[in-house]
Ligand binder design. Structure first.
Ligand SMILES: [Zn+2]
Length: 272
């Protein structure tokens, strides 16, 4: 399957670095002290049904713990520079006291990440502590997405833009009162997580030098687009198409786009 990307709420509750410093030093390039690091938890994935009507199985979450540990946290492209700023030094599956939307115990894959307390990271640390940076984008690749009703693989039906299994169950539809949910299984790879710069209103990204989305649109319309990077232009076209598409279609389209991206990556790779 293609890469999947989920937005997760970031928890601002810091972790005491004193207890974890030995663990952190396994991943650090040089010996660090508790005073020199900032530690925070990140809920990377869980077994609750998300807005794509998908959820991870418990076995998948357990496998992901080993795939995510050691992975970096980066600033996404809307920040001034894309760079590694944090690292996951511990990942564990935690059973919470509350229930998920299916009435099962909520199981969370919790990561603990550290950042260096230096001048460059200071604004981000303050933004996390202050609850301004609220979301991270978490990516991984799973081997399978199966139908929760019958267990068969869910596949995209290009004619109807829906995910369907062989039996004919459609993701999101109800069968005997039970919703068909995509169960994400057999994780293959975990990617870096990224801090999302503008989480409040997705789709209303703020560009440097433009105060509002309207300003950004005006700048864009008046600007010399031949100077923009081709990948940026492609991203804008894709986002515009998504904005024009209905809500239901949007999730499906996102999947197709990532699939295309994956295909292109493979293709590029093949020609090298
Ligand atoms: Zn089914």
């Amino acid at each position: 399957m293609d890469r999947i990307e989920k937005l997760k709420a970031l928890q601002a509750t810091p972790i005491d670095p004193e207890k974890d410093i030995a663990l952190i030093n396994q991943y650090a390039h040089k010996e660090l002290t508790p005073e020199g690091v900032f530690c925070f938890p990140v809920n990377l994935c869980d077994n609750d049904v998300d807005r794509d009507i998908e959820r991870f199985t418990k076995a998948a979450l357990e496998k992901l713990t080993t795939l995510f540990v050691g992975k970096s946290g980066i600033l996404d492209h809307r920040w001034s520079a894309e760079k590694q700023v944090a690292r996951l030094y511990r990942c564990e599956v935690v059973e919470m006291s509350e229930k998920n939307s299916l009435g099962e115990p909520l199981i969370v894959l919790r990561g603990s990440a550290y950042m260096l307390r230096n001048e460059a990271n200071k604004p981000l640390i303050e933004a996390i502590e202050g609850g301004i940076v609220k979301e991270v984008s978490v990516g991984c690749r799973v081997g399978k997405c199966t139908c929760s009703v019958c267990g068969k693989d869910l596949k995209l039906d290009w004619r109807t833009w829906t995910y369907q299994c062989e039996t004919g169950h459609i993701k999101g539809e109800k069968y005997n009162g039970k919703q068909c949910v995509g169960e994400l299984k057999e994780p293959q790879e975990a990617y870096e997580f990224s801090f999302v710069a503008v989480p409040a209103q997705r789709g209303a990204g703020v560009t440097k030098g433009a105060e509002t989305l309207d300003d950004a649109v005006e700048l864009f319309k008046a600007g010399d687009l031949s100077k923009a990077k081709p990948e940026d232009l492609k991203a804008i076209i894709q986002r515009s198409q998504m904005a024009l598409a209905g809500n239901d279609e949007r999730a499906e389209r996102t999947k197709i786009l990532t699939e295309n991206q994956k295909f292109l990556e493979v293709k590029n790779h093949d020609t090298v």
